[in-house]
Design a protein around this ligand. Structure first.
Ligand SMILES: Nc1ncnc2c1ncn2[C@@H]1O[C@H](COP(=O)(O)OP(=O)(O)OP(=O)(O)O)[C@@H](O)[C@H]1O
Length: 128
């Protein structure tokens, strides 16, 4: 492959990936919920001035949930294409993908609680 066409095809790959991201943010109500929760979490992290390691853990958890939701949307879309009619396997496929998002969200919530509970306790103690 010649150099300009290689660069063009790599740039196109990025464009297609951004199209996917844009679609999930525009059309998936669950993704908006994830974005809202992420803003709340990042706001609290900023407010409590969490450590660098805690920032990394929170950002990793947010990324994990977003990635799980994007895969879930992709699997749902493919399932609708392959099996628009009712089919127990299609239902199971969608439920498994949704289960993965739930698992990621529960994991993120547990990490968030481990990080924020001491800050909440400290805040309440200084306010009382
Ligand atoms: N083709 C199908 N055959 C059998 N069951 C299906 C089918 N499509 C959906 N279902 C069942 O209905 C549930 C809801 O399907 P839907 O397509 O609305 O997904 P969803 O998880 O609610 O989507 P979203 O996350 O976008 O709200 C699925 O989890 C699955 O159990």
């Amino acid at each position: 492959m010649s150099r300009p066409s290689y660069i063009k095809s790599r740039l196109n790959s990025f464009r297609f990936a951004f199209n996917g991201l844009s679609a999930v943010f525009r059309f998936e109500p669950n993704m908006r919920l994830h974005v809202l929760s992420s803003i709340v979490v990042l706001g609290m992290a900023y407010g409590f001035d969490v450590t660098r390691m805690e920032w990394c853990l929170l950002i990793l958890c947010i990324g994990m949930v977003w990635v799980a939701e994007i895969f879930n949307t992709s699997i749902e879309t493919l399932t609708n294409l392959v099996s628009p009619e009712h089919n127990p396997l299609a239902g199971k496929t969608k439920d498994l993908a949704a289960g993965a998002v739930l698992m990621a969200a529960i994991t993120a919530a547990v990490v968030g609680l481990f990080i924020f509970i001491p800050y909440w306790v400290g805040y309440v103690n200084t306010e009382l």
